[in-house]
Design a protein around this ligand. Structure first.
Ligand code: FMN
Length: 355
């Protein structure tokens, strides 16, 4: 590594360590402000073997930033520069809302995990649309949409999100899996999912027919729950599935004092649960959906495990809180080495080979 880059990388490590001493939400806001001011690092391009195609789009790397870090689309381009192959902004709700009472974001350092019950705090569709509308659209940015807490018809809120953001996003994510909006996860039920997807696809067809729609599900589902979701997604023309969001379970495996905070658990303890459900999705979808593996990824080996379980693309968030911005370039190096070790020429060659 050249001397200037080594010095900068040392500075970012120091900054990450300093931020971790602050109250988590304050640290997050300061990070976003720093990125808005141009203080983010610029990663080297990923190894060529990581180039991937999905949804008809060319991804420089399959490793993306998961939703929740940049809820209001303030810094997608700065995050692309840190090395991510794509960035998902949101969840964006139609109206601005303040979310749950603070504190609502908790670090669990002993478990390399986080619990959050943010409750879709955000500036709303109008703000996200104007920010996304003013970018130059270099690099792949997805938008994740969801309903306001007080929505009388939550599906109508999804439709509003699709109409506003589909023309400005490379793909659109329907979030039916946050545990922090009462009733939201109920939309995953057999009796409700098909109506959501039917109305979502109709809205997308009217607003921006070429924008792929992706559904983000909870990692706490089992095969019985997932089967009708996969069937409905395929028959309605949904392009992909993100498996998955944060978990409401797994608390007995944790050691940190914050382990009993209500909310969604993310980070290392989620890897096994979410990867097992991903493998089930891979079997059920049988090549008919693009699968995005998300949950507990903190290394090249974890990303490789998701790909071998059936993921075409991989997302992470929590590991970055602990490892800082050097994480993604390191994952790139390690993932490329693992592919080469096993004789795979590309990510696509390795998808689903571990199941
Ligand atoms: C603080 C925080 C906020 C989040 N907010 C959202 C959100 O608004 N929408 C969403 O779909 N997922 C949200 N997530 C879930 C992540 O996108 C991801 O699915 C989950 O954290 C698992 O990945 P990880 O273990 O790599 O963090 C949030 C996660 C965290 C930690």
């Amino acid at each position: 590594m050249p001397q200037r880059e080594r010095r900068l990388s040392g500075l970012y490590s120091l900054a990450t360590a300093a931020l971790r001493r602050l109250e988590p939400e304050l640290a997050h806001e300061l990070t976003l402000r720093g990125l808005e001011m141009g203080f983010g690092p610029t990663a080297p391009p990923p190894p060529a073997s990581l180039a991937s195609t999905a949804f008809g789009l060319q991804f420089p790397s399959p490793i993306g930033l998961a939703a929740g870090f940049d809820k209001d689309a303030r810094v997608p381009d700065a995050m692309l520069r840190t090395g991510f192959g794509f960035v998902e902004v949101g969840t964006v709700t139609p109206k601005p809302q303040s979310g749950n009472q603070r504190p609502r974001l908790f670090r669990l350092p002993e478990d390399r995990a986080v619990i959050n019950r943010m409750g879709f705090n955000g500036a709303g569709l109008f703000a996200a649309r104007s920010r996304l509308g003013s970018r130059s659209r270099k690099g792949i940015v997805a938008a994740n949409v969801g309903p306001n807490k007080d929505a009388a018809d939550p599906i109508a809120d999804f439709v509003a999100g699709i109409v506003a953001l589909a023309p400005l996003a490379d793909f659109l994510v329907l979030n039916v899996s946050s545990p922090n909006t009462p009733g939201l996860r109920g939309l995953q039920q057999r009796s409700r999912i098909d109506e959501l997807l039917q109305r979502a696809v109709a809205a997308r067809d009217a607003a921006s027919p070429t924008t792929p729609l992706v559904l983000k599900v909870a990692p706490d589902l089992d095969e019985y729950d997932l089967t009708p979701i996969v069937e409905s997604a395929i028959s309605r023309g949904i392009a992909g599935l993100i498996v998955g969001n944060t978990s409401i379970g797994l608390r007995e495996e944790l050691r940190s004092p914050n382990r009993h905070q209500p909310g969604g658990l993310s980070g290392a303890p989620l890897l096994g649960l979410s990867t097992r459900l991903l493998a089930i999705a891979h079997r059920l979808a049988a090549g008919r959906l693009v699968l995005i593996g998300c949950g507990g990824v903190s290394s090249g080996a974890d990303a490789y495990a998701k790909i071998r379980a059936g993921a075409h693309l991989v997302e992470l968030y929590t590991a970055m809180v602990y490892a800082g911005p050097e994480l993604v370039p390191q994952i790139h190096i390690d993932l490329a080495a693992l592919l080469a070790r096993d004789g795979f020429k590309s990510v696509a060659d390795a998808v689903g080979t571990g199941t």
